[in-house]
Structures are given as structure tokens and as C-alpha cells.
Design a protein around this ligand. Structure first.
Ligand SMILES: Nc1ncnc2c1ncn2[C@@H]1O[C@H](COP(=O)(O)OP(=O)(O)OP(=O)(O)O)[C@@H](O)[C@H]1O
Ligand SMILES: [Mg+2]
Length: 349
């Protein structure tokens, strides 16, 4: 049963997979999507709250918001499964951005489901899951207001969204809002290691560090990149990951920044030309520069801040449309200048 405290990690072929396709064809993000709240990594305080709700029943209307790929949809599905168990099929209505969710659907389908009679244990209600709710039109959201109130004794709503400010105020005021934070490096690492063991992936530490660096706290992206690297190269090391992800190699960018710090403009420009020659766009280069600068230990805190400031200005100009090599070279020149001693002019005699 789904509520048993086991996950897909214990059984490589998902128990509820009805397809006859071999397991290796499943994307790992789906194969390793947690089935129980216990398996969700990170945001432990919020997940604890959900566990209490799952145990006690009486779920309030919920909004879970946060960036992509950090477990919002998964959490809601786990919660619904934990609360309703076998009744999941008939007591849950799940609608996401791929479904029509205009005002008519709210009036007919959602209201119809809310009116439907389902026998559930005491303290349990039907659940309507509105995933990616920030893509619902304000009109459709308005139409939910009264429905949520009238049927609240039998039906509860759970919204997942990336930006909670796209949910209209009256809905926010009816819900408990839970914010999911980006996952930390350790949390992503933990899950990746579990998957590596389950899939017998060959890897080295550098490879995992590269996956974590490129995913920026997005678990879905980390797992997808892991699978792509394994499919493409068989072995997960830094170089292979950066080839798959196709972003500038941070080691090259790091050398470039360090050269700037030492005032060696020749070498810095050479590294920049190397990156440009590989076809990376100005945005790729500048955003990697930003992230790499933050992690260089040998630079003084002051220099780091000054560098980030300059990189920030260039980033802004690039986003405004001036994404040329000259723009990046200008940035490099300014960075080199930051750490140079002021030039003393001697007055002509
Ligand atoms: N906290 C987590 N713990 C374990 N696995 C996770 C976690 N977050 C994401 N994943 C993995 O990433 C996949 C996608 O997660 P999910 O669908 O929950 O993302 P989401 O937060 O709803 O993103 P989006 O905003 O794009 O809808 C899951 O199938 C799972 O494999
Ligand atoms: Mg989602």
C-alpha cells in the first residue's frame, strides 16, 4: 500500500507502474519521486507540519510555493496519499496547467467534484489539487472563492505554485501558505548518492560537485543531469557533467577571475576568448562568473564584493541586449582594475 514507509529506492521497478516498459526507460525523476512524506528531502519544518496534518486529518486549504523542482507537487501528492490511502482515486481531483482551468471548469468540474458524495473516514475530506496554480487566470481564481467556503466541510484545496503573488489575495487569505526553500547542496547530494547506489552509477566526487553546482538547488535538474550524464558517458565526472549541461566549465572561469584578481589581463582575456570560442553566450559566461566568484576562497571579502558589483552591472547590460564579446572584455578590464594599486603620476619637470 502506498502509505507503507517504503520508497521506490527499495524497489527499482515502481510498484504502481502499470506500463510494461522496462524500468530503465523511466526518467529517474519519476522513478525516484518520493511516495511518502518521509522520503522528501529538505524543508524539514514544513514537511513535519504536513506529516502532522496527514496524521490528524482536517487539512486546511494549502498553498505551497517555491522555485521549480524542489518537491512541491510531490509533497501534495504524498500528503493526499497519506491522508486518503485507498480512497485516493475517488477522493482526489488533480488539475494542473496542462488541463483547462478556466472559469467554466471551476463552475462545472471543480464544483461538481466538491458536491460529489464520497464515504471517507472521520476527519478526512476530499482534496482538490490545483498544481501550477499561478497559471490560473484571476477570473478562474475569483470563481473559486465561494466554492472553497461552501464545500469546506467536505472538500479541501491544495495549491502549488512558483510565485505566490500570482494567487489572488482572497484565496491567499483562505489558505495556510507554506514556502519551500531551495534545497541545500547537502540535501541534493544525499538524494543523488541514494540514486547512484540504487542505479549502480560510477561517479567521482568532482562529478557530484558539478551536478550540485549546475542544479542550483533544483533537485529535478540535478537528477535529470545525472541521468543524462550516465546515458551519454557512463561515468559521472566533472568534465562529462559540464559537457552534458553545456555551461562554461567553472574551473576555466575560476582561472579567469583569479587572473583578474592578480591583475593579469592577458591571461584573463585569453581564458575569455577560449570560452567565447566554444560558443557560450554572454549570459552563460557572466552568470557562471557570478557564481564562481562567490566561491573563491583566496579572494578577500572586499574584492569579492567589488567583483560581484561589477559583474552585476555587466549582467544587467547583457540582459538589456548588449551581449557582445566587447561587453565581457570591458567587464574583465574593470575587474583587473579593481585590485590594481592606483597609478602615481609624476609631474613632468
Ligand atoms: N525535496 C525532494 N526530495 C526528493 N526528491 C525531490 C525533491 N524535490 C524534487 N524531487 C525530485 O524532482 C522531481 C520533481 O519534483 P516536483 O514535481 O515535486 O517539483 P515541483 O516543486 O512541483 O516543481 P515545479 O514548480 O516545476 O512544478 C520529483 O519527481 C523528484 O524525483
Ligand atoms: Mg510541480
Amino acid at each position: 500500500m502506498a502509505t507503507a514507509s517504503s520508497s521506490r529506492l527499495d524497489k527499482p521497478i515502481p510498484a504502481n507502474s502499470s506500463s510494461s516498459a522496462p524500468a530503465y526507460e523511466l526518467p529517474w525523476v519519476e522513478k525516484y519521486r518520493p511516495l511518502v512524506l518521509d522520503d522528501i528531502v529538505g524543508n524539514s519544518e514544513t514537511v513535519e507540519r504536513l506529516k502532522i496534518i496527514a496524521k490528524d486529518g482536517n487539512m486546511p486549504h494549502l498553498i505551497i510555493s517555491g522555485m521549480p523542482g524542489i518537491g512541491k507537487t510531490t509533497s501534495i501528492l504524498c500528503l493526499a496519499r497519506a491522508m486518503l490511502g485507498d480512497a485516493y482515486k475517488e477522493a482526489v481531483l488533480e488539475l494542473n496547467a496542462s488541463d483547462e482551468r478556466g472559469i467554466d471548469v471551476v463552475r462545472n468540474r471543480i464544483k461538481g467534484f466538491a458536491q460529489k458524495k464520497v464515504t471517507l473516514p472521520a476527519g478526512r475530506q476530499k482534496i482538490i489539487i490545483l498544481d501550477e496554480a499561478d497559471s490560473m487566470t484571476p477570473g478562474a481564481q475569483q470563481a473559486l472563492r465561494r466554492t472553497m467556503e461552501i464545500y469546506s466541510s467536505t472538500t479541501r484545496f491544495a495549491f502549488a505554485c512558483n510565485q505566490s503573488n500570482k494567487i489572488i489575495e482572497p484565496l491567499q487569505s483562505r489558505c495556510a501558505i507554506l514556502r519551500y526553500a531551495r534545497l541545500t547542496d547537502q540535501q541534493v547530494l544525499k538524494r543523488l548518492l541514494e540514486i547512484c547506489v540504487a542505479e549502480k552509477v560510477e561517479y567521482n566526487d568532482e562529478g557530484l560537485a558539478a551536478l550540485i553546482f549546475t542544479s542550483e538547488g533544483d533537485m529535478r535538474q540535478a537528477i535529470n543531469n545525472l541521468q543524462s550524464t550516465v546515458a551519454g558517458f557512463g561515468f559521472v565526472n566533472g568534465d562529462n557533467v559540464f559537457k552534458v549541461v553545456d555551461t562554461p566549465h567553472p574551473v576555466v572561469v575560476q582561472t579567469m577571475i583569479k587572473s583578474c584578481y592578480e591583475g593579469d589581463i592577458e591571461q584573463a582575456l585569453e581564458k575569455l576568448s577560449e570560452l567565447w570560442g566554444k560558443g557560450y553566450s554572454a549570459v552563460d559566461v557572466i552568470s557562471t562568473m557570478f557564481r564562481v566568484t562567490k566561491t573563491i576562497d583566496t579572494m578577500s571579502e572586499h574584492a569579492k564584493l567589488e567583483f560581484i558589483r561589477e559583474i552585476g552591472f555587466t549582467h544587467m547590460r547583457i540582459l538589456e541586449g548588449v551581449s557582445t564579446l566587447l561587453q565581457l572584455r570591458g567587464c574583465i578590464a574593470k575587474l583587473c582594475k579593481i585590485n590594481m594599486p592606483p597609478k602615481l603620476y609624476t609631474l613632468p619637470k
